[in-house]
Write a protein that binds this ligand. Structure first.
Ligand SMILES: [Cu+2]
Length: 279
């Protein structure tokens, strides 16, 4: 089977449902109109033999043949649709070997504080703009840094929960270089929810490689770049700058200073009073 994108799959499901729905609608409405015409009251009725009376069960339908046929056909249509759609959605969940994994790239996505953060395989990172090479399967591992968000790219039929402590995996197929897709947050997450947008930028493979190189962490190892990724982990040690919060303790020191000032003040007053007393 030719590898299909999510867009192809959902378009196909939509068209099949639209087509079958229209077909069934046409059959039902036509049959209804046909019977309305066939059994119309043309006031040429001579016998009331066909008229049902109260409490009488309608006969006809040739021993339930029509009923059986209509129920049977409906069941076949509905069950086939359920099975087929389920199969298509399984493909969307995991395209398996239909999408060659060696061609795919992987991007870690974190939704936090009303922005999207992207980490690439070589340790490169970006904010708000996700750069991807053209015509490539892109696997995204989505998580949340603070509260629940949802990573969504409508144009690519992508929607994945961004929940702290959990990773939701999904994928899409990038298009031609130059295309851009809008990223939105689909989980009401706070006052910055509506501004929590971003862009997917599709670029040529060369440009993408260049982007990775430029954004890569300092060390320029070749195949050991995977280890550099762990250096990126050290970057989170930069979080120690939050120890700078201890600086506020220094602020307490100045409070102490105030306390001594006020003490000095009272002492000074006291000594003034005592001076006054002497006078
Ligand atoms: Cu959000």
């Amino acid at each position: 089977m030719q590898a299909q994108s999510r867009v192809d799959v959902f378009e196909q499901i939509f068209l099949v449902f639209l087509g079958l729905g229209t077909l069934v609608g046409i059959v039902v409405v036509t049959y209804t109109l046909y019977n309305a015409y066939k059994y119309r009251d043309d006031s040429g009725r001579t016998s009331d033999a066909d008229t049902p009376t109260l409490g009488e069960l309608p006969t006809g339908g040739e021993g339930g043949k029509k009923l059986f046929l209509s129920f049977g056909l409906s069941a076949i249509i509905v069950i086939s649709l359920v099975v087929w759609t389920y199969g298509m959605l399984l493909y969307v969940e995991d395209p398996g070997n239909d999408i060659p994994q060696e061609d795919a790239i992987e991007v870690d996505v974190t939704g936090e504080g009303f922005a999207w953060f992207f980490d690439y395989e070589n340790g490169a990172s970006s904010t708000s703009t996700m750069t991807v090479p053209e015509n490539t399967p892109v696997w995204v591992n989505v998580t949340g840094g603070d509260v629940w968000h949802t990573f969504g790219i409508s144009e690519q039929r992508v929607k994945a929960d961004a929940i702290p402590g959990e990773t939701d995996e999904t994928w899409f197929m990038s298009g031609e270089a130059g295309e851009t897709y809008e990223i939105e947050c689909f989980e009401l997450c706070g006052p910055g929810h509506t501004q929590m947008t971003g862009t997917v930028e599709v670029v040529e493979q060369e440009e993408f490689d260049q982007f990775l190189e430029e954004e890569a962490p300092e060390d320029e190892g070749n195949s050991s770049e995977g280890e550099n990724a762990s250096d990126g982990g050290n970057a989170s040690d930069g979080g120690n700058t939050s120890d700078g919060g201890n600086a506020t303790d220094g602020g307490n020191a100045s409070d102490d200073g105030n306390a001594t000032d006020s003490e000095n003040g009272t002492e000074a007053n006291a000594s003034n009073e005592s001076n006054g007393g002497d006078a």
